[in-house]
Design a protein around this ligand. Sequence first.
Ligand code: ZN
Length: 532
Amino acid sequence: MIFKQQFYNAGNYARLSDEDDRDGESGSIDSQRKIMQQFCEANSFVAVDFYSDDGYSGTNFDRPNFQRMIRDIKQGKVNLVIVKDLSRFARNAGGAAYYVDMFEEYNVRFIAIDDGVDTLQGDDIVLPLKNVVNELYAKDISKKTRSALNARAKSGQYLSSRPAYGYMKNPADHNHLLIDPEPAEVVRTIFTMASTTYGYNAIVKHLTHQKILTPQSYFAAHNPDYFKKKPFTPHCQWNNKSVQVILENPIYLGNLVYGKTRSKKIRSKDRSARPEEEWIVTEGTHDAIISQQLWDLAHERLGSRKREGKCGDVHMLAGYIFCADCGAAMTFNNRDFGNGRHGEFLCGTYKRKGKEHCTTHYVTYDGVYQMLLQDIRSKARAAQQNEARFMKSLEQESQHLAVQKSAVLLKDEQQARQRVAQLDQIISRLYEDSALGVIPAERFQLMYTKYEAEQKDLRAKLDAVDAMQHQQEEKAGRLRAFMEFIREVTDMDALTPTILSRLVKRITVGQAAANPVTGEKEQAIRIEFAVA
Ligand SMILES: [Zn+2]
């Protein structure tokens, strides 16, 4: 863990040796230097020195200019080390770990441009470096990365230098976590609050009010040595982010998760989230602080768009109820006759802008409430009586369209994937031919543009297909969860925020009008259940 500093004095480090041959022109010392210079300019870092070791292997650190840089770090000249990619820094993970620790000790930030590694963002260096080392021996980089990660993850070792809040390191095994009772209790409180009716603001308020040290402060208070160089004053000012980080960390379920993010593209430090099914999760690597059930409830509750209301359950429907004609959220008009439940909903547009823009769409709170209650009950009964048929009817309400869509998008997925790989080879051959002067520059440009466009197009289509499949799986998951939950509520006599958030997606209210044939007043209220 390092701290952000106001100014960065960068030491740009370049290295090249025989082992790097295959990198071709893009790996030359000069090209490395240019890339780092541009990077510094783009990020307003001052490049104080350029250190280059031409002809030195990355498998050891016996390199004159690397050592000169280390001396400069110790003298405070450099507080940021930049390399083009991790293999410039090292091809030896064990030795690298020593220098990674040293960087941390001197609060020196480390950036590997092509790999998207930035220690200020909490990125690990040693783990990806292992892959760089592997890369020396293998061509299939992505496969290797994955299997190296897998091996690491499967071993269930905790690799960060600091334990996650709520845990401490096992004194007998630093790669294993034990529950730290005091903060673990705070974690439990946070999840319990989130699973009932509390939102982020309420949780933050509670923790601050209870004078509970923030995770950073708690760590600092128990590890004074860690902050020797930059004293840290413990405090109790929690914020939404610090609560969110805890609520989203699966470590509290007893699992270790790897590969949550990946770098978006080369020469970018942006990291994008990987889809959850690509995460490598090792379960039961340490004791859980909370149950899966509590986790699910808290996430279900936070995921719903319901706002925190002052009036308790009167506002339970807020965030779910919308005007069928203009789509605006309905606003609640309190007409408290004593028990707090009476009141009405009006179209938000009508309320704000007047009758030229939309009609009232007037409906009483009790009216919507009763209808919803009856509808959920009858669905629950149907679910119990004939599960298979009910499942099918739900599916028909929500699915199918997407499947057809994906078929139209791409007729032959397998073929498209093969073609993308083939184009990779064609393009790299093209580069070789161009470098060797086999084809003239204009012709190269022309062909390159053509192949690249084809590949880009195919990739976009494949991405769309992947996204669609992902959606389908999610939908199936929601359907199962819906089925499980609705069976439990057959006999309920009141709605609760939890029931709403688990079962209901949206309620749309039409304008009441007289039926031209019967003359009776009719109003269309449509309930969308949370399975679509
Ligand atoms: Zn409206």
